[in-house]
Design a binder for this molecule. Structure first.
Ligand SMILES: C[S@@+](CC[C@H](N)C(=O)[O-])C[C@H]1O[C@@H](n2cnc3c(N)ncnc32)[C@H](O)[C@@H]1O
Length: 192
């Protein structure tokens, strides 16, 4: 379903540019692993910070029926593709999808996500400074339950006191078809 709504949205040229610029994304198998690890449900307010083409955001909305699914993406081209894919979703079969999903072209280090309950960070290439900024912002999210990040979050950051429990989760991503990528799940122990 998620891949289908991208028919005609991300054509050959986009794929080639993405390959050349090193764009990578979570695979559908990885999406299921992500959703299971984060325990996304109908109460979840899910953020994908660095949402690329928006596939994971649409997956969270369509497959996990989250309350809200938000993607922040800095690249205009990818953001436009995400918005186009959302427009391809049949709102008769998925009523409310346009209210559930929000794509924003933005630098997520400058944004507000105080309503987030669950966050995914495809942080492979994010700098230390970016991760610190995100963590500092997430500290101010009162309902935050879990974060899944490909790069480990900075040691000593106050967010780790809020989400003190950790485990490794395998997620399949397009940049390594041979092996799963290891991500770290951080969660508040009372949600175990
Ligand atoms: C590895 S891709 C992951 C896409 C998607 N989340 C997934 O897992 O399939 C990371 C994306 O983060 C975006 N990005 C990097 N830094 C960002 C920032 N500060 N604000 C918003 N997006 C950013 C990149 O442009 C890229 O599209």
């Amino acid at each position: 379903m998620v891949e289908k709504v991208y028919d005609g949205v991300s054509p050959g040229l986009e794929s080639r540019i993405n390959k050349e610029r090193g764009y990578g994304e979570i695979t559908v198998t990885g999406m299921f692993a992500m959703a299971s690890a984060l325990q996304l449900d109908q109460e979840s307010i899910f953020y994908d910070l660095g949402s690329g083409l928006g596939k994971l955001v649409l997956f969270a909305a369509l497959t996990c029926n989250v309350r809200r699914a938000v993607g922040h993406e800095i690249s205009e081209r990818r953001h436009v593709s995400a918005v186009a894919a959302l427009a391809h979703i049949d709102s008769e079969h998925h009523p409310g999808i346009s209210e559930t999903v929000c794509f924003k072209q933005a630098d997520f280090t400058q944004e507000d996500y105080t309503d987030a309950t669950h966050v995914y960070l495809a942080s492979l290439l994010y700098t230390d400074d970016t991760l610190v900024k995100v963590c500092d912002k997430l500290c101010a999210s009162p309902g935050l339950k879990a974060v899944l990040s490909i790069r480990e979050l900075p040691l000593g950051n106050p967010l780790l006191r809020k989400l003190p429990t950790q485990k490794q989760v395998s997620v399949r991503c397009s940049w390594d078809v041979e092996r799963a990528t290891s991500a770290t799940l951080y969660w508040a122990s009372h949600t175990e």
